[in-house]
Design a protein around this ligand. Structure first.
Ligand code: AGP
Length: 607
């Protein structure tokens, strides 16, 4: 998420910073900025395309051989110049660029304001320069180390100070940062893609490490100033390979990011002891939300399948009548709802035309609206009354992958939030929270079986028709799996609730018509087994996605992919992952451009 670049050396910093930002622009961003220390300090920011920043920089051309640059993907605060990085302290001495989230920024900000610090942005990041300023006594690295000991959250950051020139201080915790020294200076970046054209020798920082980078050397310590030995890594990547983090495609990279993106969705929102969920965007509407008698969820494509899982969660745990509508249908079908109906809009991009049209329709009728959105400051995010950002990070491949699991997790959070206002018990609330906290780790375990999925795709890559079946919470998961197969592998795929197959579609089953069955050990397992038997009796091959440890399933399925056990309502978060991987490998094996499938766009901004 976002992009950091820093340079210190003999050359003018501006062209090198601009190049570093451009090389990271593929990650998505909504604003950008640079700061350069020369005879004076100049900090320039712009909203929108990098060209806007480049234009401003060309006009002014700040001279100096030390500087930082940043592409921002908004998380806290709207897309404005004030919120763009770099952020500075009160004196215009210290400047910070930061990726990640400072969870305790509110508390820190209040304390700093009480000491007289003045803030100009809505961001969490701005507490960093002020906190560093608070500790600054001439040594930038000492001040950074002290400041970071008070910070909770995640960071990849780079800092410079006019009063301690000749160095960039960089640090990381759960957000990548890499350094590189070459013949004309030292660099830091959040993405090796920004540096690879200068040198392929890189040093990757580990969590809680602080690096001091000068023009021809660097040293690394921990937060307590103990020195750390670091080894150089030789990266034999092209710029394009580096942008994909070494993965052959963005889609695979984004699938591999599930554990991290889920962690970002859940961070700071789970109150284990109270069995509650903290959703900043909904807190001040608590009373209003408690009065709602019905929910309608509006979305398109993958987001609409997430909505279906959300429907099941909200009815089972919230006890609220819930209905899902495809946004493109909703706008034309004269829907009936009133002021006691809560309308939830799920959208990764927040720019889908049909979803926006449905939002307009609801607002015109005075309905209360909540967004579940990835892109901060997008049209849906701005249009709704309240919102829950999923914080999945930029999704570049056309296929929705990590946004889907993050949306599912967000729906579970909303179900607990609304459920605890109603019928959901403390004990059940605590159980769901406990299991949600494990979900990123469980997603990691699912990804350990990637090779099994790849082998299965190799076996089935020549088949052109698939059924997918699942029941209850995994019905939405198979709808999503079928969509993935269509858009990435270009094979015909249809998804059913397991019980529906016998009402007609079973007629198509032959030995050449495989079915993927999601059958975790849950309340509908026996039913799924019966549905699988119906297919086996007609010689249809079956690929089962089952719970780890279930050996019996091997007796009735041709191939089995395992996922770990979790709460039934959370299983789709895990079961969609092998379906995404299966579609990915099918697409690759069939020779398709999996990142940019034919006829499709990432964001459907036309009707
Ligand atoms: C999924 O892989 C697709 N790219 C598509 O169905 C997508 O989910 C749909 O267009 C909705 O997009 P949104 O979440 O950005 O609103």
């Amino acid at each position: 998420m976002c992009g950091i670049i820093g340079y210190i050396g003999e050359k003018q910093a501006i062209p090198l910073l601009a190049e570093g930002l451009r090389k990271q622009s593929y990650r998505g961003y909504d604003s950008s900025g640079i700061v350069v220390i020369g005879e004076s300090v100049q900090c320039i920011k712009a909203v929108g395309k990098l060209e806007n920043l480049e234009q401003k920089v060309t006009d002014v051309y700040p001279k100096g051989t030390i500087g930082l640059g940043h592409n921002r993907w908004a998380t806290h605060g709207n897309v404005t110049e004030e919120n763009a990085h770099p952020h500075g302290d009160c004196k215009g001495n210290i400047f910070v660029v930061h990726n990640g989230i400072i969870e305790n920024y509110q508390v820190l900000k209040e304390k700093l304001e009480a000491k007289g610090h003045k803030f100009v942005s809505q961001t969490d990041t701005e507490v960093l320069p002020h906190l560093i300023e608070h500790f600054f006594r001439g040594s930038l690295e000492d001040a950074v180390r002290k400041a970071l000991q008070l910070v909770r959250g995640t960071y990849g950051l780079a800092v410079i100070a006019k009063e301690d020139p000749g160095k960039i201080v960089a640090a990381r915790l759960s957000s990548p940062l890499v350094l590189s020294i070459n013949s004309f200076g030292g660099f830091v970046a959040s993405d090796p893609a920004a540096l690879i054209s200068h040198s392929n020798k890189m040093v990757f920082l580990d969590d809680r490490e602080v690096a001091v980078v000068a023009k021809d050397n660097f040293f690394v310590t921990d937060l307590e100033s103990n020195p750390k030995e670091k080894e150089e890594t030789l990266l034999e990547w092209t710029v394009e390979e580096a942008q994909k983090g070494g993965y052959p495609h963005f889609m695979l990279k984004e699938i591999m990011e599930h554990p991290q993106s889920l962690e970002n969705t859940l961070r700071g929102r789970l109150l284990q002891e109270e069995g509650l969920v903290k959703l900043g965007g909904l807190e001040k509407f608590k009373e209003q939300l408690r009065d709602m008698e019905k929910i309608q969820i509006l979305a398109c494509g993958s987001a609409s399948y997430v909505a279906r899982a959300g429907e099941y969660m909200l009815e089972e745990y919230g006890g609220i009548p819930t209905q899902v509508d495809i946004a493109s249908e909703f706008r034309y079908r004269k829907p009936v709802f009133d002021k006691k109906t809560l309308s939830i809009f799920v959208s990764q991009s927040g720019e889908t035309a049909d979803t926006l049209a449905a939002l307009k329709e609801v607002k015109e009728k005075g309905g209360f609206t909540v967004g579940v959105v990835n892109v901060v400051g997008s049209s849906v995010a701005r249009g709704v009354d309240a919102g829950v950002y999923i914080h999945a990070g930029p999704e570049i491949a056309v296929a929705a992958t990590k946004s889907v699991t993050s949306q599912l997790a967000a729906m579970a959070l909303i179900a607990v939030f609304l459920g605890r206002q109603r019928q959901l018990s403390l004990v059940m609330g605590q159980r769901i929270i406990k299991e949600l906290a494990r979900i990123p780790e469980l997603a990691k375990k699912v990804l350990e079986n990637t090779r099994d999925v790849e082998k299965t795709a190799e076996k089935y890559s020549k088949y052109s028709n698939f059924f997918l079946i699942g029941r209850k919470y995994n019905f939405p998961a198979v709808l999503e799996g079928a969509l993935k197969l269509k858009e990435i592998a270009y094979v015909h795929a249809e998804a059913f609730g397991g019980g529906e197959l016998k009402h007609g579609s079973l007629a198509l089953i032959t030995e050449n018509f495989p079915t993927i069955a999601i059958c975790p050990s849950d309340s509908v397992y026996e039913k799924m087994v019966s549905n699988i038997q119906e297919i086996r009796a007609r010689n249809g091959p079956v690929i089962a996605i089952a719970t780890e440890g279930n050996e019996d399933i091997k007796k009735i399925a041709d191939d089995v992919i395992y996922i770990p056990k979790t709460l039934e309502m959370l299983t789709p978060i895990l079961s969609v992952i092998p379906l995404q991987l299966f579609a990915y490998y099918m697409g690759v094996l069939r020779g398709h451009d999996v990142d940019k499938p034919r006829n499709l766009a990432k964001s459907v901004t036309v009707e």
